[in-house]
Design a protein around this ligand. Sequence first.
Ligand code: F6P
Length: 369
Amino acid sequence: MAKRIGILTGGGDCPGLNGAIKWATKTALDPLLAKSRREKMEVVGIREGWKGLVEVDPDDQTSLDRWILPLDEMVVRTWDRYGGSNLGTSRVNPFSSQEDRSEAVIEHLKGLKIDALVAIGGEDTLGVANRLFKMGVKIVGIPKTIDSDLSGTDYTLGYDSALNVITEEVDKLRTTAGSHSRIFIVETMGRHAGWLTLESGEAAGAYIILIPEYEFEVDRVCQLLEERRDAGARYSIVVVSEGAKVKGEGEIYYNDKEDDFGHKALGGIARFLAKAIEKRCGFETRHVILSHLQRGGSPSARDRLMGRRFGIAAVDLIMRDNYGRMVSSLKGEITSVPLEQAVEKLRTVDVERYYDTRRYNGRMSTLLP
Ligand code: F6P
């Protein structure tokens, strides 16, 4: 009998997901590989992440049509070129404190005759995957998040595309900032990890980069801006992470609503900072919140490549019956790590190694030993 694989994408979408689905599907169904492993596989997509597995009724065809999409080579053929998730995604948590639906998920997997599951996601989705694995579900993970905050991997799908979006947007702002002689504050995502902000700021050549891992002082920001104005610069770009904090203050939230995983939506630090700068140093200042634009668009070449490699590696793990692991990229090599390790703590920026706390920017000293 064929081994039936289910694939789902959970949490925030990003470019690269569709490529991972495509390559996992192609690898599972490849006739030559099937011959050498003497085992056939089938693949189904589960719509809208864990929500699909919570909601689906395996005995009802209408429900199956709504939540399950059979995948084959021709269905996924062109998917790798497109951003987002063609399976849809959600932030539904089967272990939600409101209602635990994990047993229903396990029942539904049995009803769907799914032997192994590929969960593509970040800390929340893979945290659920890890808990289900401990309850006996055969599961492997693929890392994705523009926040790049998963442990056990140097790369998470979507990150490179988001870096490129931010760099392009900052480039566009430069001309208008220069014409008007203004300061621009650009707010980026990343939640509690500063990677996206730090590396996009470095790539875009931002003058000031503010990350969650190091609390900043508005006076120091103003001082740096004044120094630069005195040196003759007509404008400056400040890139600030949505999770960055003024020294001694808390994070700024867009609203107080918590999602199923207990996260509140961050947002508003750029507006706060723009006002503070105008008030304290009198520079005309505007702010831009890049928000979900950072997760939009088509995947960069790197995200297509990594989607392919991670998709293939996930099916490799399933072929070897090696579950409870996340495929990963470490020092340029594709490998895998236990899901437990991937989700046990957030991978945040090591300030001492990568951040210049006097200049509020990436370090300029060499990282060579
Ligand atoms: O985790 C990815 C991410 O884009 C974070 O950077 C951001 O804080 C959050 O998701 C936004 O979530 P939502 O799409 O639910 O608004």
